[in-house]
Design a protein. Sequence first.
Length: 320
Amino acid sequence: MSRSATIAFLVAATTCVALLAGCASAETAEPLHMSREALGTVVAITAYPAADDSRAAEAIDAAYEAMAAVEAELDAHAADSAIARVNAAPEPALEPLPPYAEDVLDAICVLEVREWFSPQLWAATELWAFEAGGHVPTTAELEAALGDGRYDFGGAAKGLALDEAAEALRAAAGVDAALIASGSTTLAYGTKPHSEPWRIGVEDPRDPSALIATIEAAGDITVSTSGDYQRAFERNGVLYHHILDPATGRPALGFRSLTVVGDISGLDSDILSTALFVAGPARAMSFAEEHGLGLVVVDAGGRTHIVPGPEGRTWEIVTE
């Protein structure tokens, strides 16, 4: 997923209403909202503290610090990051990795998605030059790039950072529930006051002002989206996007967008939205059904498909 994507799939018109609803009672304090630049986008946190608890602001500060710690290790575009130092070594694949990078590799193995998700596509992504107007590389260029060995954890770092932020909030006495929205990934935990559901909008990949679905969840929920519009360029009538197939180094085909819904970690959700986009429609739907996940997908022809999730799920995918 794109580091620079700034369009939140927690769509403002729907989500703001959801976050502000359920005003304070004698037992529940007003929710505390804060937004800051982090993880290459704007990250918004809404915390629901216990009544009159003044420590919620400190907890939110700790959450942003936790995200910054992940970024300091895994942001390959920052010259002073731990992973940038690994990439600068003569043979990056032989260098010891920082702890958060090991967490990502472990998650990829546990999820069994190595065929569809690779953190070693730095050189291939650079070849496409998405940030500089775009370049369509040759097959020979891509083959060389796929053997390069440098790391890019951009498809997983945001989800991991949200996990660390949520952990910091959970550790703070007095914060009963919270929602963290970071562009393409949104994580919520706990129960909102008055048992109101979390509501998270999924935008139309061709019309950011429109929703194709809304996720309504009674408890913990994570929603991650990968799309062909987040970092892309058009050349001779062909759209080239940043979600690359590790086998070829070329943009994956079959989807305009894919959204993973479930009571899972931010890291797993972030990885899976990219991996299942690469896997293609049939394997993505099968994987979701086998692993108890929900999906909202828009295929290459613009048709929306829903995998609702398992029986007994704590969320619903609501469409118009």
